[in-house]
Design a protein around this ligand. Structure first.
Ligand SMILES: Nc1ncnc2c1ncn2[C@@H]1O[C@H](COP(=O)(O)OP(=O)(O)O)[C@@H](O)[C@H]1O
Ligand SMILES: [Mg+2]
Length: 369
């Protein structure tokens, strides 16, 4: 799958811009604050229906504009036939969001997620090992949402119920039977999340452990494990029972704290090298290898599930990797459409991509070469 062409209107610092892309390598350079990341964000927006960095959708609308619109022409090429689909997505200042596929309105924006997929890799992701658990959960959730619509639903419901339960816990007079209703639905959605995460992390770790081992010439083999605060089993109903039990046990504490102490919103993944926690002991180089391996494993899993590689967005990350890791990455890039941004890309690296498109971004204008 790749994007052949994109049109931006009122998106961030782009007024009206349009450009064609290469089906494999696209190199986007330009000085600081010219719009490189914004361009990647617009691509991501057409595949996820949201931003990878804006807290609110509205932030993507150009200053002083009433709306923004992005149209991308996706090409799905499965060797038998080539299919082109146009994705249009627009946001207005009053919070409305609408998307169309080939001119047909789609009911829910989240429908985009299962059909068009992209993976963003930015310097933030290089810190995934050291970051707080929330970032690792976000990574897992982002991926699972792309792969499974039922996961997306379970997660959306879980978050909603959790926030309702937490506000209720802060009230003065708490009705036990009402709290039990929240607990029932929280454990129902939560158990779905836990069981899916467990299966997913097992697959992800298998692939990323192998990649990590390859990058380090077999010297390091990490172990990646799901670290859930609810003991899990393969059986969703069992997990639900355990979770429900936990909620009961900690009810008094939860009321006291005005917060829910246990559940998948507290999960983490534990990454170890030679039995030692990478979070505490890994060198920066090791952490980067872990981050790169996880991202590449994510890409492999999408390929396994969807039969096609995602679009890969490398935001300012390529030049952050050392030569060995860059070389490893380059071998991967042949297989998918890639967007690489950097202030500058050394000649030596450019030579490894003889067939590519070079784009320079300047003050919200796209200049093609
Ligand atoms: N909603 C917006 N409307 C107009 N300009 C914006 C908006 N959001 C960010 N910008 C501008 O975009 C620029 C940053 O773009 P970005 O893509 O992050 O730069 P870089 O090329 O360094 O990746 C800044 O000049 C910022 O002011
Ligand atoms: Mg940037």
């Amino acid at each position: 799958m790749y994007i052949e062409n994109i049109k931006l209107e009122g998106f961030r610092n782009y007024d009206k811009e349009e450009t064609e892309f290469h089906k494999n390598i696209n190199i986007i350079t330009g000085e600081n604050a010219q719009g490189k990341t914004n361009l990647l964000e617009s691509i991501y927006f057409t595949s996820f229906g949201k931003s990878f960095r804006a807290g609110r959708d509205r932030e993507m609308i150009g200053f002083g504009k009433d709306y923004c619109r992005v149209s991308a022409l996706y090409v799905k090429d499965d060797e038998k036939e080539i299919e082109k689909e146009k994705v249009d997505i627009a946001l207005s200042k009053d919070g409305r969001k609408a998307a169309q596929i080939d001119g047909r309105n789609i009911e829910r924006i989240s429908e985009l997620i299962s059909d068009y997929y992209s993976v963003i890799f930015s310097p933030e992701d290089l810190k995934i090992v050291k970051d707080e658990p929330e970032k690792r959960r976000k990574f897992i959730d982002g991926e699972l949402c792309q792969l499974s619509f039922s996961y997306f639903n379970a997660l959306t419901n879980y978050k909603k119920i959790l926030s309702q339960r937490n506000s209720y816990l802060k009230e003065d007079n708490i009705d036990d039977s009402l709290l039990s209703v929240w607990d029932e639905s929280l454990s129902e959605e939560g158990s779905k999340i836990i069981v899916s995460r467990k299966a997913f992390i097992e697959r992800l770790s298998k692939i990323s452990e192998e990649i990590h081992s390859n990058i380090t010439d077999g010297k390091e083999k990490p172990e990646i494990e799901y670290d859930s605060n609810i003991p899990f089993s393969e059986n969703k109903d069992e997990v639900k029972e355990i979770f429900l039990e936990r909620l009961k046990d900690s009810r008094e504490k939860d009321i006291y704290n005005g917060n829910t102490a246990s559940g998948p919103h507290k999960d983490d993944i534990e990454i170890k090298i030679k039995g030692k926690s990478t979070r505490k002991f890994a060198s920066q180089g090791q952490q980067r290898t872990v981050a790169l391996s996880l991202k590449l494993a994510e890409i492999e899993l999408i390929k396994e599930e969807k039969g096609d590689y995602p679009i890969l967005l490398l935001d300012d990350v390529f030049s952050e990797l050392d030569e060995g890791r860059q070389r490893y990455l380059v071998d991967y890039l042949e297989m998918m459409q890639v967007f690489i941004t950097a202030a500058e890309i050394p000649e030596k690296i450019l030579k490894t991509f003889p067939e590519s498109k070079k784009i320079v971004v300047k003050e919200g204008k796209i200049i093609n070469y």
